[in-house]
Design a protein around this ligand. Structure first.
Ligand code: AKG
Ligand code: FE2
Length: 253
């Protein structure tokens, strides 16, 4: 049993020397990039009632599982999965780090995924960012969180990869406040492992949920309060992690 205080604070960090993922996409993808969502499909189905549900979930239990499929333009999940599968073959995906202030390390005993930051330039990313923006505004209006912006990265977990139990942010740092993880994997079975295990906010030893990373499924939680871990994946697992932040310019985490 662990107390809240011995939790590692594990935070991925952007690597400024990496090329932007969209440059990599343009260079490598060519015809592999599927054309995405057009015309009438581009109507985000995010409404006030749904945003009420998100706000209630966060304020009542600090975390919730969601199905984003009906909220996203048709074809968007497939287009995002296609992007990350292409990026996964390039230098754009790099080993994720864990960090605390300036003690940034890439510790393979804690996390083994690879990440690439989204920049919103490709059409699928632009559409996804529109949805994230609506969620940001909706949560601010309902919970007065003062979320100023969001950041998001793709993550790939190859067979055997995991991410040990952690929190996404320091308490009271006013940086990462709300985490949203969106999964992109088709036909993810129980035998594929890679579930997100969620622990009670108050007692980090108690498991309160286990989420299968099936395409369209998502998890929303308070970054400073909800410990979680990614169990070892048995096939390649694709996701997008997004953090809504209170700071306007990046503060040291
Ligand atoms: O992919 C997931 O299910 C969670 C990933 C995570 O916890 C993180 O990137 O901080
Ligand atoms: Fe996390």
């Amino acid at each position: 049993m662990h107390s809240d205080t011995d939790l590692a604070i594990i935070i991925p960090f952007p690597d400024p020397v990496l090329e932007r993922a969209s440059d990599q996409l343009e260079q490598v993808a060519g015809d592999e990039l599927i054309s995405t969502v057009t015309g009438a499909d581009v109507q985000p189905a995010i409404d006030g009632f749904w945003l009420d549900e998100l706000a209630d979930g966060l304020s009542e239990s600090a975390w919730m599982e969601l199905d984003l499929t009906p909220r996203l333009p048709a074809g968007l999940l497939a287009a995002l999965r296609n992007e990350v599968a292409i990026l996964d073959k390039t230098e754009a995906m790099s080993r994720a780090g864990i960090g605390r202030g300036t003690d940034l390390v890439k510790d393979r005993s804690v996390r083994r995924d690879k990440i690439a930051w989204l920049d919103g330039y490709s059409e699928p990313q632009r559409l996804l960012f529109e949805c994230f923006e609506q969620i940001r505004e909706g949560l601010n209006r309902r919970l007065y969180l003062g979320l100023k912006r969001f950041e998001a990265h793709y993550a790939t977990y190859h067979p055997g990869d995991f991410y040990k139990r952690h929190l996404d942010s320091f308490r009271g740092r006013a940086s990462r406040v709300v985490s949203l993880v969106l999964y992109l994997n088709e036909d993810w079975g129980l035998e594929d492992g890679g579930e997100l295990r969620v622990f009670a906010a108050a007692d980090s030893g108690q498991v309160v949920g286990q989420v299968r990373p099936e395409a369209g499924r998502a998890v929303l939680f308070l970054s400073e309060q909800v410990p979680h871990e990614v169990l070892p994946a048995r096939r390649t697992r694709y996701s997008i992690a997004c953090w809504f932040r209170q700071d306007e310019v990046p503060l040291p985490l």
